[in-house]
Each structure stands twice: as structure tokens, then as C-alpha cells.
Design a protein around this ligand. Structure first.
Ligand SMILES: CC(C)(COP(=O)(O)OP(=O)(O)OC[C@H]1O[C@@H](n2cnc3c(N)ncnc32)[C@H](O)[C@@H]1OP(=O)(O)O)[C@@H](O)C(=O)NCCC(=O)NCCS
Length: 161
């Protein structure tokens, strides 16, 4: 009974921690399920071991259900990717990961955080705007969708305390 309750509780509250090289396969799988152009496991493994890349993961009973990854350079950072498993979306998990990630980036001296997002990605835009990001630029026709249509990328930025 206690074991069942523990499992149910941990299912509703994913644990956040820093990712390691061993998460490459699970991140590649979630990335492929979340974006038109997936990253190979090799690409992700290389990023995970880069000294200038910070990655956080969300897990439930050891299973990866979310990640966020940024590259750092000279007091600035760029979010390279963020994704949450479909069955864990709209529960505030991306916001929790983003808050932890921004706190950690700030703690290691990052003053400003950038990212690019498809202007049609309602979920991501809402997440970022609620977290204090503002528009810093536009790249017309930057993305190609699964249907071949071009879409505009918005460049967003947020100052970190
Ligand atoms: C974008 C993504 C990471 C959001 O993850 P999530 O855990 O569902 O987000 P949260 O539950 O933390 O929600 C954050 C905010 O976005 C809103 N939101 C989330 N999904 C939404 C949707 N489908 N439509 C509208 N708003 C949405 C939430 O309501 C919340 O806003 P609120 O605080 O005003 O209520 C997730 O949808 C995803 O993995 N998408 C595919 C990958 C992707 O597009 N990544 C972003 C690339 S830039």
C-alpha cells in the first residue's frame, strides 16, 4: 500500500536534477517525439559532455519525462531545447524546469538568456512570456514545418538577476 502511494505520488510530481551522459538515449527519444527534426543520440551525447552545456531533466521513477538544455558563453546563454513528454504536459512541469534552470544559470554568472521559438508554438510562447521573456528579434522563414511551410522564429530574451 505504502509502495503504491509512493508510486502514485512520484508520478504526479516528477523529480528534477542535472542530466548526465547516460540520459542521451532517453533525451533523443523525447526530442524526436517533440520536434520535426530530431537530434541523434550521438549529437545529444556530445552536448551532454560539453563543458559549456547545462542540462536538467525531469524523471518519474527513473524514467525521463522532460529536459531543458542550454549552451553558455561569456555571461550569456541560449536555450537549445526544452521538451516534456505528452502525458506530462500542461501540469506546470516545463515552468518548474525553466525556473530551476534559470536559477542555476544565474548562480554560475549568466546575465542574459536567449532562445528561438516558432511564432506559431502557442504552448512554448505562453511558457516563455509567463517566465518574463520578451521579444528581441524575428527571423522570417527560419523554420521549415513537416508540411514544408516556412515559419518565423522569434528571438526572445530574459535578463537573469
Ligand atoms: C512547450 C512545452 C515544453 C510546455 O511544457 P508544459 O510542461 O506543458 O508547460 P507548462 O505546463 O509548464 O505550462 C507553461 C505555460 O504554458 C501554457 N501552455 C502549456 N501548453 C499549452 C498549450 N498547448 N496551449 C496553450 N498554452 C499552453 C500553460 O497554460 C502555462 O501557462 P500559464 O502559466 O499561463 O497557465 C511542451 O508543450 C512541449 O514539450 N512541446 C514540444 C516541444 C516544444 O515545442 N518545445 C519548445 C521549443 S522552443
Amino acid at each position: 500500500m505504502i509502495e503504491l502511494l509512493t508510486r502514485l505520488f512520484s508520478r504526479s510530481e516528477p523529480a528534477l536534477s542535472e542530466a548526465t551522459q547516460r540520459d542521451a538515449a532517453a533525451i533523443a527519444k523525447l526530442h524526436a517525439a517533440s520536434f520535426n527534426r530530431g537530434w541523434s543520440e550521438d549529437e545529444i551525447e556530445r552536448l551532454l559532455i560539453e563543458r559549456n552545456v547545462l542540462t536538467h531533466r525531469a524523471t518519474v521513477n527513473g524514467r525521463l519525462v522532460g529536459f531543458i538544455m542550454s549552451r553558455l558563453a561569456a555571461g550569456e546563454a541560449e536555450i537549445l531545447s526544452i521538451a516534456v513528454s505528452a502525458s506530462y504536459r500542461r501540469k506546470g512541469l516545463a515552468r518548474r524546469m525553466l525556473d530551476l534552470h534559470m536559477g542555476r544559470l544565474s548562480g554560475i554568472g549568466t546575465r542574459v538568456l536567449f532562445l528561438e521559438v516558432d511564432e506559431d508554438n502557442t504552448a512554448a510562447l505562453r511558457l516563455y512570456r509567463r517566465a518574463g521573456f520578451t521579444e528581441a528579434g524575428r527571423r522570417e522563414g527560419y523554420y521549415t514545418g513537416a508540411d514544408g511551410k516556412r515559419a518565423t522564429a522569434l528571438v526572445l530574451r530574459r535578463d537573469l538577476a
